[in-house]
Design a protein around this ligand. Structure first.
Ligand code: GPP
Ligand code: MG
Length: 284
């Protein structure tokens, strides 16, 4: 990329530092899980884990845990996609903050439609496009080095847009203004996110540790609804997934790929200062 192109996408020092984090990220917690079946996720998991993975031969135990964590992460993306309802092959979907493309490939496989992913990490975009070529779907699943706050895509060109754990890097009012522009009338927005609890007060210590770890700014729950309402995005479903994501973190804490962020997540969820939320909203 030329310096001018990079400067157009990465508009602030903050965005540059986030891009640098993801350009250098090669953590086994993501790569070993992705190697299980070629879907590389950058989000967490949902649902109970199979306790039997902890039993059995010691030498294959960690492999069983990794496969099980990957299953829970894929289940999370499935729940997100379930909330799009009927999407036809002629529709177009946008994956905002697409990471290495895992959720996009699942969407393309399920709906048969065009999916476009955007990321401010050139490495992630390259990785995801490479995956698309390997899977033989590069004509339908494409990934772009673009900023989700200003994608440059055509107005009204999307039937659906999602953020799978990527909203904590941006201002929600700016983000939803761009999504309002991109979505067609009646188009759907779905996000899964971690947000802090307005009722228990400001950022807890555990939430601050998560922010520091990922260089992000976790929003309060209320900000989502204020920013959606301000941009004519009308919620149809809000699901608190907190209790369903705790088993994933408990299992991850027992794995060889634990990164040290497991305790802050478990503390924040258990003390009630943080929620794992799914929000689906329609553009009117
Ligand atoms: C990264 O997933 C997710 C985020 C940076 C968003 C933070 C999410 C919240 C719910 C606050 P990842 O799979 O890259 O993270 P890890 O490397 O820890 O598995
Ligand atoms: Mg991960």
């Amino acid at each position: 990329m030329t310096t001018t192109t990079v400067a157009k996408v990465l508009r602030s020092d903050y965005q540059k530092s986030v891009a640098s984090y993801w350009n250098n990220e090669k953590d086994p917690v993501n790569l070993l899980l992705g190697d299980v079946d070629g879907l590389y996720h950058h989000h967490y998991g949902i649902g109970d884990y199979d306790r039997s993975v902890l039993e059995g031969p010691e030498d294959t135990r960690d492999g069983r845990i990794i496969t099980e964590m990957h299953r829970l992460e894929t289940a999370q993306a499935k729940i997100l996609l379930d909330h799009f309802g009927d999407i036809s092959p002629a529709d177009r979907l946008l994956d905002a903050g697409c990471g290495r493309g895992g959720t996009s490939f699942m969407a393309h496989q399920r709906f048969g439609c065009q999916t476009d992913g955007v990321s401010i990490s050139e490495q992630q975009v390259e990785f995801a496009n490479d995956q698309a070529r390997q899977r033989g779907v590069a004509d339908k699943a494409s990934f772009h080095f673009r900023n989700m706050l200003d994608t440059g895509f055509e107005t009204g060109s999307c039937r659906g847009i999602w953020n799978n754990e990527s909203t904590m890097y941006v201002d929600l009012f700016q983000l939803f203004a761009e999504f309002y522009r991109l979505l067609e009338y009646g188009g759907r927005y779905v996000c899964i996110t971690g947000c802090y609890n307005d009722v228990t007060g400001g950022r807890s210590k555990a939430v601050s540790r998560i922010d520091e770890h990922y260089i992000c700014n976790i929003h309060p729950r209320s900000d989502y609804f204020k920013a959606l309402a301000a941009n004519n995005l009308v919620p149809i479903n809000v699901i608190d997934l907190t209790s369903q994501t705790i088993p994933y973190w408990e299992l991850r804490a027992k794995s060889s790929v634990a990164t040290g962020i497991e305790d802050p997540f478990l503390t924040a969820y258990r003390e009630g200062s943080f929620h794992y939320l799914l929000i689906a909203a329609d553009r009117v």
